[in-house]
Each structure stands twice: as C-alpha cells, then as structure tokens.
Design a protein around this ligand. Structure first.
Ligand code: NAD
Ligand code: 6OD
Length: 484
C-alpha cells in the first residue's frame, strides 16, 4: 500500500487527514493520500517564498537550464516508474502513458529551458524633441511564488507543462495535483531532490478543491500568480480567488470541440484522425472532438467507417498490451458519462455504437468502464451537443455549406480547439480563421509544437501558454530606461 505525502521544502511530510487513492480499472485501493490543511499549505508557501530569496533566486540562467535538463534526464531514467504510477492512477493503457504522458513530462522541462536561454531582449533608443536621448532595455524577472492547480486526465504532462516554464523563468512552485492522481507529481518531488533542485523550489500539497488544499492555496496572500487547468466552473472560482490582491491567472478550461469534415477530404485520414480525436485517453482530453460535422455527400460513408473502426477498439487494463483504450478516471465520472448516454437517448439520438457499460474480463468488473459511443440525429440544442461530456463519445451531424457549418461549430460557449479535414488549402485557411477557438488542427489533431500559443477562446480559458507566451505569464517584464 502506497502513501502519497506532501513535498514541502524538500521533504516528504504527512498531515492529519487522509483519503483513499483507487485504481479506476478495477476499483482497487492503491494507497493513502494525505490531505493538506491550511497549515501545510502555509508551510509550502513559506518554503517557496524563502527559496526565492535563497540560492535559487541567485542562480544564473545557464545554471537553471542545466538543472532543468537534469530533471528531464532523470524523468527519462525513471521512465517506467512514471509510466506505472500514471497508469495505476488513471487506468490508462501503459502504451499511451509511454507514448504521450511521460515523454511530454520530460520534454516540458527541456523545451522551456531552451526557450529561456534563447529569449531575446527588447530594446528601444529614445530621442526626445529637446535632444534628450535614452536607451530602454526590457528585463524579465521571475514573478515569484506560483500556484499550479492541475487536473487528472494527463497528470504529469499538464503539471509539467506549467512547472517547466515556471521554473525555467526562475519562479518557485506549489503544485496541487488532482485528488484523483497524486502519484506522478509526488514522484517528481523525488526527482527534484535527486537532481539537487534546492529545497522549497518545487512543493506539492495534496487534497481537494473547495475548503481544502486547492482553495487554501489559491486564496493564500503570498501566492503571486495562479495557473490552472480544469473545468470552466472551477476556473471561475479560481478567478474570484485571484482577484483578491490582483494576482495573475492563466486558465486552461473545458471544451466542446468540433471536427469539420468536408467532402473533399482524404476520407481514410479523416476517419483515422477522428478516431484519435474522439477516443484517445477514453475521450478525456480537453481538446477531444465531441461534435463531428460531415458534409452531406460523404455523411453515410463517414459514419459507417467511424463506427466500424470504433467497434474494433479493445478495452483493457493498463498492462494489457493489446488494449488501446482504458477506463474513465473514477466511478463518479463513469456515472456522469453514463447519465449523458441516457440523456442522449431521451433527447432523441440514434445510437450508432455503444451507449452502455461493456462486459469486462474477470477482475475488471468493478472498474469505471464505458463503451465507445457514437450518436446521430440529435437536435442542435440538445444538452449532449452543447455540454462537455469528457468521455469516449461523439455526435455526428451532416451539413450542406461552409456558412452553415461555421454557424454550427461556433454555436457554443466554449472555444478551445477544432479540427478541419479538407484537401483544399484555401478553404482550410478560410474556415480556420472564422472558427472561434484557440487552436485549429488541419488534417491532424493534437500535433504539438511547444513553441506555439496554446489556450482557449470564450469560456475555454484566459491567456495563452506555450513558447514565449509561457515566458510572458511566468515573468514580470520590467523596462529599464537609461538616459544617455
Ligand atoms: P476540475 O476543475 O474538477 O479540477 C481541476 C483541479 O482543480 C483539481 O486539482 C481540483 O482539486 C482543483 N479544484 C477544484 N475546485 C477548486 C477550487 N474551488 N479552488 C482551487 N482548486 C480547485 O477538473 P478535472 O475534473 O480535474 O479535469 C477535467 C476538466 O479539465 C475538463 O473540463 C477538461 O476539459 C479540463 N481540461 C482543460 C485543459 C486545457 O488545457 N484547456 C486540459 C485538461 C483538462
Ligand atoms: O499539449 C499540451 O501542452 C496541453 N496543454 C494539452 C492539453 C490536453 C488536454 O487534455
């Protein structure tokens, strides 16, 4: 039985309250998670604040970069430990954790270390009407103590996506991982010590959101900025907390992402790409496609091909090398997804595939399993078409014109991502420019260049991270004006 302790000031510590950590594949107990109260959160913030004033605050950029390279290398050396921890917490296939979660966990440290090393400095020469002259130099400094609040769907990837640039910029962090997935963030504490990252630079407090570690951390007056990934409603609560003391926030929230499939697409590629965008990680991806719009001439063929491909998905435990889909994150989330499956039927859907709970092999019956599901025939204002389900499911609807599909795709409060499938480049650009989202993928999905802006429009978030946009968020930009 494992114990998931807080990591504060370079040490693993316990607290009075605990709760269970379960593996959602079979509902077995993995171990005990300590829940941080105000005292532990305050201890972590004090450690992070003190570390800013210690050796870490004085490290040269080159020395910081070397340290972050070491962290990335150590994650790769302990690759299988991270795979095991991530797969147990989430129930995802180990093959997926090996392919996406853990490599990105390491890359997030390397890429942002390179980024800060190569950041150019902005400078302006000023000449006033009276002949006065000055040189202005922009200078980046760390923002200070950063609270990182992360979700459960890609725990290591999404935590390091924020911790990597935050540390590269010279800040200190306190991470509050999701209560569902404490393991890889805790392991990261071990890695930080193994690499010689000074005590207090990286801290972890476990617990829940409201009236627990999440709220205590985001309302702490000595936290200088908050970076959050999770549901839009949680983002609203965090934005309120951040307003006290005018702290900076970065919010990466939910989505109800469309895929638009034009008749001039490469149909095989569009089907294969949509298979990934709907079903990868059991549909628990903020960027996942939940609404598919297909141009009428190829509608029937597309539905048939997607259903045929999805019917071959093999559900299985993390260790099952043949499985290409795992379970949902928890029994609670399973109930939420199943309630949408039921609602789809009540709202008039034709169930093309799935819609229920699969029969799993012995030992997995108690897990959080749901069937990959495809619907057609829902009205445009159905809740299943409007609300984020966060499961392995999509609704497919035909369309007749570019204008119509843009109207349909944009008819949502969310604005995270979209994918467009067409072989016509002019159309791809025209449509992409009119989609009210932060990211558009043309003839692909979740192809990530970490130098690019990442974030959502509308209620999918505030701000952009990635590349220089992360540096913008994690640094304070100062102008130094020198009269000549
Ligand atoms: P969630 O909002 O329930 O929880 C996210 C984190 O916030 C957890 O650590 C939780 O404990 C904490 N939290 C909850 N309430 C809080 C509060 N009042 N104060 C402080 N912390 C609080 O989200 P989730 O269920 O873990 O993740 C799924 C959601 O995340 C989906 O909506 C998904 O679309 C979204 N998501 C978005 C992105 C993105 O990049 N835009 C990426 C991944 C997931
Ligand atoms: O790839 C990333 O950097 C990123 N933030 C992915 C988000 C995935 C959402 O589930």
């Amino acid at each position: 039985m494992k114990e998931f302790k807080h990591f504060i000031n370079g040490e693993f510590v316990t607290s009075a309250l605990t709760f269970e950590n379960r593996c959602p594949a079979d509902n077995s107990v993995i171990g005990t998670i300590y829940e941080a109260g105000k005292e532990e959160v305050d201890g972590a913030v004090r450690a992070a604040k003190a570390a800013m004033k210690g050796p870490w605050g004085k490290l040269s950029v080159n020395a910081r970069v070397e340290l972050l390279y070491k962290v990335a290398d150590r994650i790769n050396e302990r690759f299988e430990d991270f795979v095991e921890a991530e797969a147990r917490d989430t129930g995802k296939p180990k093959s997926l954790a090996r392919h996406i979660d853990v490599p990105r966990g390491a890359a997030n440290f390397k890429v942002f270390a390179d980024m800060i090393k190569n950041e150019p400095t902005e400078a302006f020469r000023f000449e006033g009407p009276d002949g006065v002259q000055a040189t202005n130099i922009a200078h980046r400094t760390a923002k200070g103590v950063i609270a990182v609040i992360s979700p459960w769907n890609f725990p290591l990837l999404l935590t390091t996506w924020k911790v990597g640039p935050a540390l590269a910029c010279g800040n200190t962090v306190i991470v509050k991982p999701s209560e569902e997935t404490p393991a890889t963030t805790t392991l990261l504490g071990e890695v930080m010590n193994e690499c010689g990252v000074p005590a207090g630079v990286f801290n972890v407090v476990h617990g829940f959101g409201p009236d627990s570690a999440g709220e205590f951390l985001t309302t702490h007056p000595d936290v200088d900025a908050i970076t959050f990934t999770g549901e839009t409603r949680t983002g609203e609560a965090i934005m309120k907390a951040a307003s006290v003391g005018l702290r900076d926030i970065s919010l990466e929230c939910g989505g109800k992402n469309p895929a638009i499939v034009f008749a001039d697409c490469d149909l095989e590629k569009a089907v294969a790409g949509t298979m990934r965008s709907v079903f990868v990680n059991c549909g628990q991806v903020c960027l996942a496609t939940e609404r598919v719009y297909v141009e009428r001439p190829i509608f029937d063929a597309f539905v048939e091909k997607l259903a045929a491909a999805a019917s071959k998905i093999k559900l299985g435990a993390p260790d099952d090398a043949d499985a290409n889909m795992g379970c949902l994150i928890s029994k609670e989330h399973q109930q939420k997804v199943l309630s949408y499956y039921q609602l789809a039927v009540e709202e008039g859907a034709t169930v093309v595939l799935g819609g229920g709970v699969p029969k799993m092999a012995a030992g997995l019956e108690e897990g959080a399993w749901v069937e990959p599901t495809i619907w057609t025939g829902l009205p445009d204002d159905a809740r299943v078409v409007m609300e984020e389900v966060f499961g392995p499911c999509c609704h497919i609807r035909p369309f007749d014109s570019e204008e119509e599909v843009l109207e349909l795709a944009n008819n949502t409060h969310y604005g995270l991502g979209a994918s467009v499938w067409t072989e016509n480049t002019s159309r791809a650009i025209r449509v992409s420019e009119q989609l009210e989202v932060g990211l558009v993928w043309v003839n692909c999905w979740f192809l990530r260049d970490l130098r690019t802006p990442f974030g959502g429009a509308k209620q999918s978030g505030i701000g952009r991270e990635g590349g220089v946009h992360s540096l913008e968020f994690y640094t304070e930009l100062k102008n130094i004006c020198i009269q000549l």
